[in-house]
Design a protein around this ligand. Structure first.
Ligand code: DGL
Length: 268
């Protein structure tokens, strides 16, 4: 039994896809969320910069008495895991492995699509992880650089989102994948649009949600679950609170007004 909070971070709103699932699966847990909204997007930056940001994000979370950290960001997980885990004492989990394991269980024809940021796709880490799980898989990856700005600006539906989705996803669909990993945690916010382009027969894997399920199992294993009570959530951002709060409330379907604070991440 351990009532200390779980720390979760991303470059912005995307990690909330993981937070939402953690709230559903682990309602007794306290959550500290950090969205690096002042430095989003991570996906177009160099691996060195992403590692530096990841380190600062973890240091910030560790300034609370945290029991477990989820890197709810495909880009940071690709650039920094697994070796960043060795720099910190808190156990850290990324989104790659949980998403790949779910995709391998879901596929029937062995053809898996991976969409993510430029940094994630360039790293080839999803593909490597999938091939480690099953060397016979055929994997097609595609970077979708406009998806993150669309989400951060609230364009999760409508013509703009649809046109971008069509442009990025048609080659993946035409390759005959039956499973698509949404390898950036922002992308499930575009799920309806992605579904419209990919069709109903393709299984969409939500990397953040899969990671929440893995985190639950791990906390059980380590005997670190919180006692039976109502969990709380506090949110920190590195830019204006307002822009984050409105979209986050809509997505989480709950009031978070008054629970969001702006911090200076460069100091960590
Ligand atoms: N949500 C993040 C990811 O999973 C980062 C997106 C970005 O900042 O480019 O990759």
């Amino acid at each position: 039994m351990d009532n200390r909070p779980i720390g979760i971070f991303d470059s912005g709103l995307g990690g909330l896809t993981c937070v939402k699932k953690v709230m559903e699966l682990l309602p007794h847990e306290d959550i500290i969320y950090f969205g690096d909204t002042g430095r989003v997007p991570y996906g177009s930056r160099s691996p060195e910069t992403i590692v530096k940001y990841t380190r600062q994000d973890i240091r910030f979370l560790e300034s609370f008495d945290i029991k477990y950290i989820i890197i709810a960001c495909g880009t940071a997980s690709s650039a920094a895991l697994p070796w960043i885990q060795q720099e910190f004492t808190t156990e850290i989990c990324g989104v790659l492995k949980p998403a790949c394991q779910a995709a391998v269980s879901a596929t029937r024809n062995g053809k898996i699509g991976v969409i993510g940021t430029q940094g994630t796709v360039r790293s080839g880490k999803y593909e490597d992880t999938l091939k480690e799980l099953d060397a016979n898989l055929s994997v097609i990856s595609k970077a979708c650089p406009l998806f993150v700005p669309l989400v951060e600006n609230g364009h999760t539906e409508g013509q703009l989102a649809y046109l971008a989705a069509e442009e990025y996803l048609l080659p993946v669909k035409n390759a005959g994948v039956d499973t698509l990993i949404l390898g950036c945690t922002h992308y499930p916010l575009l799920k309806d649009t992605i579904r419209q382009v990919m069709g109903d027969s393709v299984t969409l894997i939500d990397a953040g949600a899969e990671t929440a399920a893995v985190a639950k199992r791990r906390l059980e294993e380590l005997d670190l679950l919180a006692e039976d009570r109502k969990g709380t959530a506090r949110y920190y951002v590195s830019d204006r609170v307002e822009g984050f709060t409105d979209i986050a409330q809509m997505f989480l379907n709950r009031e978070i007004e008054g629970c969001v604070k702006q911090i200076e991440i460069e100091g960590y």
